[in-house]
Design a protein around this ligand. Structure first.
Ligand code: SAM
Ligand code: SF4
Length: 342
């Protein structure tokens, strides 16, 4: 006789760590593969992709998310690698949007495949998109991403706007000497369009170019450079655990956000946990430990075992990885950003 799987009782705030933080937001990397090779994220060649059978299936992801939702996770963000490379991503989005307790479903993408996938993703229940765009100039875009792909990225943004998926968040990672000359141009976009342009400080996570601390453009400097042209009005954060500090122009449509993990670590309010494409639960981008959920899934483990593993993983969360970022500029981590899920 087949019995229905048992679910742990829904218990809000169960995923509590030693520092009083509660995990509510899950970032799922659905693939480690990517169609760009951003300088700070991937090497130019020779990326050793995970073998296909190591990547979680949609059904396995659904199962982990439903267990985590029963423990209080409310938001899911799909990331990668480039999540849209899993062309049937709308099917996964629909499966996750239907899970009891999941209130928000978002996607972080480089935008190259949005022209065809934005509409089915929105129809499947995706509420928000973060589009990563490091330059508005073809040559600088190519220098930052090692691909000549500015046109499809901009087309992807235009499609989102046409579909009314606003406000659109644009993630810009600045590298001194590569794209920091475009700060005023990005700021102008946030004045004129319904975009939240978020400047993210360069973190020492890359698997490619050895980008040193002098490439980092601190958020405070970016703010000064924008305010030299247009004054900014502080508007706080979207929610306390959101990484971006937001500002608005007195005369603008959109917002400017600063995500400053290096110079202003925001670990104290962190509510994030991560699931890697190969099924490892990580309590922090910089975690030194990970929990092998794939082994539980494929070893016939129960939902209770998945829940127990997640509770233990979160309980072991350190005070905060961003707090040590300066040190990591010298001492790089073995698992890279595209393998964790940014
Ligand atoms: N491919 C998608 C994208 O680029 O948005 C999703 C994955 S990517 C790893 C997620 C985010 O992490 C992107 O906004 C990217 O710019 C950011 N990111 C990657 N490596 C980074 C680094 N070393 N420092 C700061 N941000 C980084
Ligand atoms: Fe790909 Fe995103 Fe990494 Fe760029 S940042 S290489 S788009 S995963």
């Amino acid at each position: 006789m087949i019995t229905a799987p048992t679910r742990p009782a829904v218990s809000r705030d169960a995923l509590l760590d030693r520092f009083g933080r509660v995990a509510r937001s899950l970032r799922i990397s659905v693939t480690d593969r990517c169609n760009l090779r951003c300088l700070y994220c991937m090497p130019a060649t020779g990326v050793g992709w995970f073998p296909k059978n190591r990547i979680l299936t949609f059904e396995e992801i659904r199962r982990v998310v439903s267990v985590l939702a029963s423990l209080g996770v409310r938001e899911v963000r799909l990331t990668g690698g480039e999540p849209l490379l899993r062309r049937d991503l709308p099917a996964l989005a629909a499966m996750l949007a239907a899970i009891e307790g999941i209130e928000d479903l978002a996607v972080t993408t480089n935008g190259l495949l949005l022209a065809t996938l934005a509409e089915p993703l929105l129809a499947a229940g995706v509420k928000r998109f973060n589009v990563h765009l490091d330059s508005l100039e073809p040559a600088a875009y190519q220098a930052a991403s090692r691909r000549d792909a500015l046109a499809p990225a901009l087309e992807g943004l235009a499609v989102l706007e046409r579909l009314g998926a606003v406000p659109i968040k644009i993630n810009v990672v600045l590298m001194r000497g590569v794209n920091d000359q475009e700060i005023p141009r990005f700021a102008e976009i946030a004045r004129q369009r319904p975009y939240q342009v978020r400047f993210i400080e360069l973190m020492p996570l890359g698997g490619g170019e050895p980008l040193e601390l002098d490439r980092l453009v601190p958020g405070a400097e970016v703010r000064r450079r924008i305010e030299a042209i247009h004054p900014l009005l502080p508007v706080g954060r979207d929610r306390p655990a959101a990484p971006a500090t937001l500002f608005r122009f007195a005369d603008g449509l959109g917002d400017i956000g600063f995500i400053n993990p290096v110079t202003e670590p925001f670990c104290g309010d962190c509510d994030r946990i991560r699931l890697t494409a190969d099924g490892m639960l990580r309590n922090c981008l910089f975690a030194r430990r990970e929990t092998d959920v794939r082994a539980i899934l494929r070893g016939g483990g129960s939902d209770e075992e998945i829940a127990a593993a997640a509770l233990a993983d979160v309980a072991a969360k350190e005070r905060g990885g961003c707090l040590e970022l300066q040190r990591y500029y010298d001492d790089r981590l073995p698992r890279k950003m595209w393998q964790i899920g940014g």
